[in-house]
Design a protein around this ligand. Structure first.
Ligand code: BGC
Length: 230
């Protein structure tokens, strides 16, 4: 009997779930609900349980969380309620599901679902926040937090390119900023490939260099299988 993994992607604006087989192939239709407000651990756990009820059976759980996560514990959550800090998400979910649970940063999970495991690969996600993940030959450097790093005009990447910035300055200026961010990241990381994911990739209008690829938003969930590789 093949092992089935429930993949959960917690985001600042939506929570998504899907069940994957051992090869990482989706077995269910992706289900999504808006992130509740206030986005407390309790409220998000309730949404996760509502969504999971649509997904049938599974043996283990992978979670992508929009903040720094170490050993299942949340250290930062810039776009969620402040009560997340110090919350042990892995323990809470494994107690309620009675299944093994692994939790990782959302952009790291997205990267695991997108990379070719070849050389230096950088992933950025454009959604409510600005996520980032760095890989060398498929090995993750966990919790790279480029989003809160200085970018330009005394603002961070997230302040310049997150959802609030897109809404405030519009698509044209946001695209110009994205072009500048790509140059800046290429100078910093000299990556072999940059992957761009997240819900706002459909707003991209600039021409991308050959070593930059847009990845489908579903890779945020597909990466859930890689968390269980040794
Ligand atoms: C968080 C990152 C996260 C990104 C995308 C940022 O605000 O600090 O950890 O990956 O948003 O959700």
């Amino acid at each position: 009997m093949s092992i089935q993994t429930l993949a959960i992607d917690i985001g600042g604006s939506g929570v998504k779930v899907l069940v994957l087989d051992e090869a990482g192939v989706p077995l269910t239709e992706r289900a999504r609900l808006d992130t509740p407000q206030p986005s407390t651990p309790q409220a998000i756990l309730e949404v996760i349980h509502t969504l999971t009820a649509t997904q049938g059976t599974f043996d283990r759980v992978s979670v992508g969380f929009p903040g720094v996560v170490r050993r299942g514990v949340v250290y930062t959550a810039a776009n969620l309620d402040g009560t997340w800090l110090g919350f042990n998400l892995a323990t809470a979910l494994s107690a309620s599901f009675n299944k093994p649970v692994r939790v990782i940063n959302d952009a790291d999970m997205q990267g695991l679902g997108a990379i070719a495991s070849n050389g230096v690969e950088l992933v950025i996600t454009l959604g409510t926040g600005f996520g980032s993940g760095l890989f060398l030959d498929g090995r993750l450097v966990p919790n790279l937090e480029l989003g809160h790093h200085a970018f330009r005009k005394s603002e961070t990447y997230e302040e310049q390119l997150g959802r609030a910035a897109l809404d405030a300055v519009g698509k044209k200026r946001w695209n110009r900023r994205l072009g500048r961010a790509i140059v800046s990241l290429e100078n910093l990381f000299n990556y072999d490939m940059l992957y761009i994911g997240g819900g706002n990739t459909d707003r991209i209008e600039i021409e991308l260099p050959p070593n930059v690829k847009i990845v489908p938003n579903i890779s945020g969930l597909l990466g859930g299988i890689a968390l269980w590789r040794s």
